[in-house]
Design a protein around this ligand. Structure first.
Ligand code: HEM
Length: 214
């Protein structure tokens, strides 16, 4: 077993703040949506918390963005330039999650320093980080001061449309976190990926895999 340093400190700090922030945003989001039924916090405290954590998460997004903008580690996010190979790798990864994993077959993706994501992860993480997170942040900002931003909201169809997009993204993130935490437990031990992402930065790789020898 070899250890590979795949999650540098800025990524781990960003992810720790991001994960705890999103969980709190979801909890306060539920409290806002079901105010009256759920009475864990007062409405005003919940609004203030939701807003402040939102601003922290927006600032924190730039930690992730600027780190990858100026680091060669961004190669982990690059798709394969051969569409045929990209498709074949994606298909075999889907086959592994849907079938192979239950048969004890090895993971087709061999992790290395500049290729830490399997094709499904790199695709999903790009959608999440470059589309879903910016969109939930922008719609959140428009709702935060709906009077100030009324002309912009009107351009996108009005506050109701903006609010609906925000809530749809809230539902998406509830499902995403659920799946993401489950997939995070599929390392060589249940806690291996969590330890790497939240603590050490190092992933364990079997020495017999071809990519590990490179
Ligand atoms: C309780 C919440 C969470 C847990 C336990 C968790 C766990 C993990 C783990 C173990 C990894 C490394 C393994 C892997 O690459 O899949 C990871 C990576 C990642 N997670 Fe999470 N996560 C959580 C919340 C989130 C949220 C809310 C987001 C986005 C909104 C997110 C986005 C990402 C991204 C983009 C990566 C790859 C980061 C990189 O290396 O560039 N995670 N997460």
């Amino acid at each position: 077993m070899t250890k590979i340093y795949v999650h540098p400190l800025p990524v781990r700090l960003w992810h720790g703040v991001n994960a705890s922030g999103f969980v709190l945003m979801i909890l306060t989001g539920f409290q806002l949506r079901f105010a009256g039924t759920l009475e864990l916090l007062s409405f005003q405290t919940t609004v203030d918390l939701h807003n402040w954590i939102g601003f922290v998460l927006i600032a924190n997004f730039f930690v992730w963005f600027l780190f990858y903008l100026f680091s060669d580690r961004v190669r982990s996010y690059h798709p394969d330039l051969s569409p045929r190979r990209q498709f074949a790798r994606t298909f075999s990864q889907m086959q592994y999650y849907g079938y192979g994993i239950f048969k004890g077959q090895p993971n087709p993706h061999k992790l290395s320093i500049y290729d830490k994501f399997n094709p499904l992860q790199s695709m999903l993480y790009q959608i999440v980080m470059l589309l879903a997170v910016p969109l939930v942040a922008v719609t959140g900002l428009l709702l935060w001061d709906s009077q100030l931003f009324a002309p912009i909201s009107a351009f996108f169809g009005g506050t109701r449309v903006v609010g609906t997009v925000h809530v749809l993204l809230f539902i998406f993130f509830c499902f995403f976190i659920f799946m993401h935490v489950y997939l995070g437990s599929l390392g060589h031990t249940v806690t291996a990926h969590y330890k790497a992402m939240f603590l050490t930065g190092y992933e364990d790789v079997h020495d017999d895999s071809p990519a590990d020898k490179s």
